[in-house]
Design a protein around this ligand. Structure first.
Ligand SMILES: *Cc1c(COP(=O)(O)O)cnc(C)c1O
Length: 395
């Protein structure tokens, strides 16, 4: 008999053989425009630190101060003795920032979906889910036991058809979509999805992880972008991307927040976000409310970089946000491109099948407000050079 864990060796071997093994690089610096990665100083185009808040002095200061006053850990799950006044303040401030009645926080965006979806639908119910929704939506949906019906990506007409086909077969229904899709940077047609959901009396949930701090006035997110305040039942968010910290939230209808305090399993059975995380997120909201400067800067950088890349001859796909795919086709080419960029001092990830469809491999460039114009010019020059070396660009 083989020893019981031997199968893992076989699986890992097979991942390595098929090129699907994930090698994880180690950082020796804070997040920022530049990183020290595996001992080498490189320009960073990999992080979701859109606004540079992950290492912002006033946020670090707020977290430090809060630890002096409240310590580090919450001590218990929130429903027993782990809710601190800081958590409540964060929920109130977040709801006000997003101009919705209520918010409830979780340990991460991933847990927010695992809490919200199974609390809203169960075995007799149905979920209409965009076919490219995030893994945490897929897992939350499976956990709920509801029937999952996929609709074509960002296609309101297909959603409506799927709703009509399922008519009469369920108790409650919910339409769920990512706000911004992280592989292509495209934006869900949320206004149309919500209109259709209302027409058929369905609940709505949008996961705005990549829209928070990016879309809408001063980064208020996708609901603000489409002026849908009060019309989206559940807005899932994360504090780990533009907010630069860690944590998740559900914002929207007050009844949903109240229900999740009673029935959200990650709320009831897993401890709250830590004191420094909570204080840091509060400070991030302060910064966003004080000024739109960082969000404006992010968009300036994104639009400049994307337009220069297209001028060089690169295909930047269908992005509508600072997420910038550089479409290359075959995964081997994307990997080699990423490797050469790294040699030249640019850290940008290659994404291939099964993360994106076969033949649609790419480098994904994540722009940030922390990049200077000089950083971007340097990166453009390196992209141009590597593009020519690898025959992606002419000449
Ligand atoms: C990143 C992401 C999450 C997970 O957020 P965490 O706070 O890092 O757990 C959830 N949903 C979407 C759409 C995401 O992009």
């Amino acid at each position: 008999m083989p020893e019981p864990l031997a199968w893992i060796d076989d699986e890992l071997q097979s991942l390595k053989k098929t090129g699907l093994y994930n090698t994880i690089r180690t950082l020796d610096s804070p997040q920022g425009a530049w990183l020290v990665v595996d001992g080498k100083k490189v320009l960073n185009f990999c992080s979701n630190n859109y606004l540079g808040l992950a290492n912002h002095p006033s946020i670090v200061q707020a977290a430090t101060q809060a630890m002096q006053n409240y310590g580090v850990g919450p001590g218990a799950v929130r429903s027993i003795a782990g809710t601190m006044s800081l958590h409540i303040r964060l929920e109130e401030r977040l709801a006000a920032f997003k101009k919705v009645p209520a918010a409830i926080t979780f340990q991460s965006g991933f847990s927010a979906n695992l809490a919200a979806i199974p609390a809203l639908v169960g075995k007799e119910d149905v979920i209409f889910s965009d076919e490219l929704n995030h893994a945490s939506i897929i897992d939350g949906s499976r956990l709920s036991g509801a029937k999952i019906i996929r609709f074509a990506h960002c296609d309101p007409a297909d959603l409506e058809q799927k709703i009509q086909e399922a008519s009469g077969s369920y108790r409650r229904g919910i339409v769920i979509s990512d706000g911004v899709f992280s592989m292509d940077g495209d934006i869900a047609p949320l206004d149309k999805l919500v209109e259709i959901a209302k027409k058929y009396d369905l609940m709505t949930l949008v996961d705005d992880a990549h829209g928070e701090g990016v879309l809408g006035e001063g980064g208020r997110g996708i609901v603000d972008h489409f002026h849908l305040h009060g019309k989206v039942d559940v807005e899932v968010g994360t504090f780990s991307k533009a907010f630069g910290v860690v944590g998740g939230a559900v914002a929207g209808d007050a009844r949903v927040a109240e229900w999740l305090r009673q029935r959200g399993r990650p709320f009831l059975f897993s401890s709250a976000v830590t004191v420094p995380d909570t204080a840091a997120t509060l400070a991030a909201i302060d910064l966003l409310e004080e000024s739109t400067q960082l969000v404006d800067r992010l968009w300036e950088n994104a639009l400049y970089f994307q337009s220069e890349m297209r001028t060089l001859g690169f295909d930047t796909g269908k992005t509508q946000t600072p997420i910038t795919p550089v479409m290359l086709g075959e995964v081997q080419l994307a990997r080699e491109f990423s490797r050469r960029l790294f040699e030249e001092g640019v850290f940008a990830m290659a994404l291939g099948y099964p993360t994106v469809p076969q033949g649609k491999a790419r480098i994904r460039v994540m722009l940030s407000a922390t990049h200077s114009r000089q950083d971007l010019e340097q990166a453009l020059e390196i992209f141009n050079r590597v593009g020519k070396q690898l025959g992606v660009l002419q000449g």
